[in-house]
Design a protein around this ligand. Structure first.
Ligand code: ATP
Ligand code: MG
Length: 560
């Protein structure tokens, strides 16, 4: 972590302004933030915004950021999620140092404080059913109704609460509620539930507890215990802030954090609800949490998205107080912009069509020089083999081309990148009438891709030697949802049936086949690709991270 104080150039927003003011006025001498995930799923790009904000502020203002698992609901939480969340925060480039906490570490203290609230007459045990509680809470326009158990004596409340803790009562039969105001305009203040009975084993506390605290009760008190100065959360918690503050006022907490809310990230073509993401995995719509079509950090990583591109994206979208939807194109822009600079160029043929250069000597192999990065001479060059039998991209040939098609067609001359000009002289078809092979000739005088007589061609195509290339499976991903604003309630209807295209017969350069660096490469004219963990020694598998922008223009222009 850097400990430089923030400078004017760093991205500023209303939260950073508050932090700066609190430091300048000596309200705080050191900033402490936290990222508080519930371990009930994998992190997604929305969480990346929250992570970058909380850890980013800690870095910029020489403070610290805690990672705290909000593990108060043992029926939904799993160790797998705890592990993945830690890995993903690290992958994003942030570190909590030794400040790793669990809300469950505070269960004893939270319980004692709850007894304290009972003793001061600020909490009571309610025997109403969940349904009765819901109905009697009222609505936005109607006040709630007091529970018939609201005026229970302190001793009876204490006795019942202790027996709830001891496991005497079945799930759902009683709750502990704060005694605030059933007529409050803010529904969160209508005697919110602080504890519920739940006979469930907890990954960390085992069977010790039969009651678990609610989010609202655990969260603010955990912040206070840890000395969080700025408790930053998303806007849907704005209406919870009065309760957050009510509890801090009533309880003997060691510090008084302040809660600030910012707009959560929403993205077009994307759903970021953990409920939906869990269901996508459970129902098999995707291969897992790390399916490259998922908006999870694990999915982005597997797709080949560099963490620096995610950080750049989060920086560009900024932090605002009003909700909005960000175009997923902005994320894609950040990915392309970075990869264009960093990715080495290679050739791959995704949908191969065999061509035979009839005037090229049988058995001859020529090593041609290819550049690894057009803007970075230091990236060097490599050799690629040319021969009589090659593969080109099936889409680069048309037997009866329309007017503006400049790539290969009978009689038309094109450039094979780094190699020669070729012309198509014959088309071989199968019984079904499909083109299966082309016959071509090459001009030996155009070696390197230029004609000495100065004649021009309109297209430059990628290619690979049939004998000196290797097979690969390539997976091309598109948006998981076909609808720019998919429905969270009924997401299945909005799924894109063409979100994954598997190309089982692709060809790649031999060096690509043996590459285990994990680096993203640009396959010329096709986009950016990264090796997938499903690769086997005989068959490497590559994921398309992202396509090149404006593919058609590039193809017509003939530039890689
Ligand atoms: P759910 O989808 O069930 O509401 P969640 O995504 O809020 O869950 P948490 O584990 O509670 O899951 O989130 C941890 C932190 O990440 C919270 O502080 C939350 O406000 C923040 N966060 C979650 N989603 C987004 C988002 N889309 N944009 C920004 N921050 C988010
Ligand atoms: Mg949440």
């Amino acid at each position: 972590m850097t400990t430089e104080p923030v400078t004017a150039e760093a991205g500023r927003d209303f939260i950073r302004d508050i932090v700066q003011a609190d430091l300048s006025s000596n309200k705080h001498s050191r900033i402490v933030t936290r990222f508080p995930p519930e371990p009930n799923g994998y992190l997604h790009i929305g969480h990346a915004k929250s992570i970058a904000l909380n850890f980013g502020i800690a870095q910029e203002f020489a403070g610290k950021c805690h990672l705290r698992f909000d593990d108060t609901n043992p029926t939904k939480e799993e160790q797998e999620y705890i592990d993945s969340i830690q890995a993903d925060v690290h992958w994003l480039g942030y570190d909590w140092g030794t400040d790793l906490y669990y809300a469950s570490d505070y269960f004893d203290r939270l319980y004692d404080w709850a007894e304290g609230l009972i003793k001061t007459g600020d909490a009571y045990v309610d025997d109403q059913s969940q349904e009765e509680i819901r109905v009697n809470r009222g609505t936005l326009t109607e006040p709630g109704k007091n529970s018939p158990f609201r005026d229970r004596a302190v001793d009876e409340n204490l006795d019942l609460f202790r027996r709830m803790k001891a496991g005497e009562f079945p799930n759902g039969t009683r709750v502990l509620r704060a005694k605030i105001d059933m007529g409050a305009g803010n529904i969160n203040l209508r005697d919110p539930v602080l504890y519920r009975i739940l006979h469930a084993e907890h990954p960390r506390t085992g069977t010790k507890w039969s009651i678990y605290p609610s989010y609202d009760y655990a969260h603010g008190q955990s912040d206070a215990i840890e000395g969080i100065t700025h408790s930053i959360c998303t806007l849907e918690f704005e209406d919870h802030r009065p309760l957050y503050e009510w509890l801090l006022d009533k309880l003997p907490v060691p510090s008084k954090p302040r809660q600030y809310e910012f707009a959560r990230l929403n993205l077009t073509y994307t759903l970021l609800s953990k409920r939906v993401l869990t269901q996508l995995v459970r129902d098999g719509h995707v291969s897992g949490w790390d399916d490259p079509r998922m908006p999870t950090i694990a999915g982005l990583k597997r797709r080949g998205v560099p963490s620096a591109a995610v950080r750049e994206f989060v920086k560009r979208i900024g932090v605002a107080k009003a909700n909005s939807v960000v175009d997923v194109g902005m994320l894609e822009f950040c990915i392309r912009e970075l990869l264009n600079k960093t990715a080495q160029r290679r050739m791959a043929v995704l949908r191969p069509l065999k061509i035979v250069i009839e005037n090229y000597p049988e058995g001859q192999v020529e090593e041609l020089e290819a550049v690894n990065h057009p803007d970075d001479p230091a990236a060097g060059t490599r050799k690629i083999s040319f021969g009589r039998e090659l593969y080109i991209e099936r889409d680069d040939f048309m037997e009866n081309p329309p007017k503006k098609f400049f790539r290969l067609s009978p009689g038309n001359e094109v450039r094979l990148r780094y190699a020669y000009f070729i012309k198509c002289t014959g088309v071989i078809k199968n019984d079904a009438g499909e083109v299966v092979e082309l016959r071509c000739t090459y001009d030996p005088a155009t070696k390197g891709g230029n004609a000495p007589d100065g004649r021009k061609v309109k297209a430059t195509m990628h290619w690979l030697s049939a004998a000196q290339s290797m097979p690969a499976e390539i997976r091309v991903y598109n948006q998981l949802f076909a609808n720019p604003s998919p429905s969270a309630a009924n997401f299945a209807v909005d799924l894109n049936p063409e979100s994954l295209e598997v190309l089982p017969d692709a060809r790649i350069e031999p060096s690509v086949a043996s590459d285990n660096s994990g680096e993203v490469m640009q396959f010329e004219r096709q986009g950016y690709f990264v090796r997938d963990k499903d690769s086997t020694p005989g068959k490497p598998v590559f994921n398309r991270t992202i396509g090149l922008r404006d593919t058609f223009a590039k193809e017509v222009g003939g530039k890689g």
